[in-house]
Write a protein that binds this ligand. Sequence first.
Ligand code: B12
Length: 308
Amino acid sequence: MAAASSDDDSSDASAPLTWGVGAVSQRLGVTSSTLRTWERRYEIGPTFRTAGGHRRYSAHDIERVDVMRRLLDRGVTAREAARSAHALDPAELTALIAGEKPGDSDLAREAFVAAVIGAVQVIDPDRLSGLFSGALRRHGVLAAWPELLSPALVAIGEGWVNGTIDIVGEHIASERLSAELRLHTRSFAVSPTGHTAVVLASAEEDQHSLPVYALESALAEQGVGSLMLGARVPWESLSNLARRTNPELIFVWATLERHFDGSLMKAVTELPEQTRLVLGGPGWGSLSLPGARRVGDLSEAVHAIVDR
Ligand code: B12
């Protein structure tokens, strides 16, 4: 989507970021004339106008148009779609997006992703926290992660690649999501033995840790505690820790591609005999480590750990 702008004739620094008809049309695949019709007939349109009279859509206006479009795509009449889309204030839209059972409806997923992207683009951290916590509270991490949160992260990654999302936006979303995942984790009573029996970490030099926080949280939902080491854990430290605490299982996440590496092999061979190694994430590619088990998604990782 074209970047939000403040036109010369709307350059009030306190005004929210807004988008023109062309940008909205391009983003949602709805022609400009249809957008004008929806505004005229159903009052589904922009909240703002520039001093020069040009239409300016806020992030919420865009979400409302998007809901209208999706409901129409699902066979709802225009009048009903407009009524539903109209009835949503920003908080209700958030609730609707996070509240529909994920998996049941593409609308829930796509609207959630659109809301997250909108909040990243206008830099609205509190809305991000609200979206993330709402999704976790309503569905639990085991459903919310694959159905809502992961797709939102993938969309953020795409936004970063095509230049519509700044790296700062990616950092804000990541920080807010990891904070909400940790809060979710702490809301469950977990078995204290897990804190030494199960160790979770991201691979050496790999800064990506959100899937590991999701796993920590999903285990907590099952009453299983774990020792979370976070991002970029050196192999040597991991194997030293294992020799001192004899964990039953170590899970290591890798997003970035891993290559054969002597210090990794040494760490693996020095693990205590009882310690099982479980690997997750695209970075492991075809690398095979002696005795290690691969898991492909969050649910499989939870089962591998809970049923160990
Ligand atoms: C958030 C994010 C960051 C955050 C991480 C914050 C944090 N605390 O984790 C920050 C901003 C720090 C970051 C940094 C970087 N990032 Co980054 N990042 C992302 C982003 C947007 C989401 C990552 C994520 O959590 N994905 C989790 C899920 C959603 O994705 P997935 O792993 O592909 O999921 C698959 C499976 O693994 C499985 N799965 C999903 N969840 C789970 C959970 C478990 C437990 C299991 C077992 C499986 C599983 O299902 C999915 C389908 O197969 C991705 C975009 C993306 N497409 O993922 C880029 C992305 C991973 N980053 C990328 C890059 C390049 C970087 C940087 C190198 C950028 C830079 N130039 O500095 C640095 C890395 C520095 C380093 N040394 O590590 C690339 C990686 C390309 C590659 N494969 O090499 C991506 C793909 C963006 C892109 N499209 O180019 N990043």
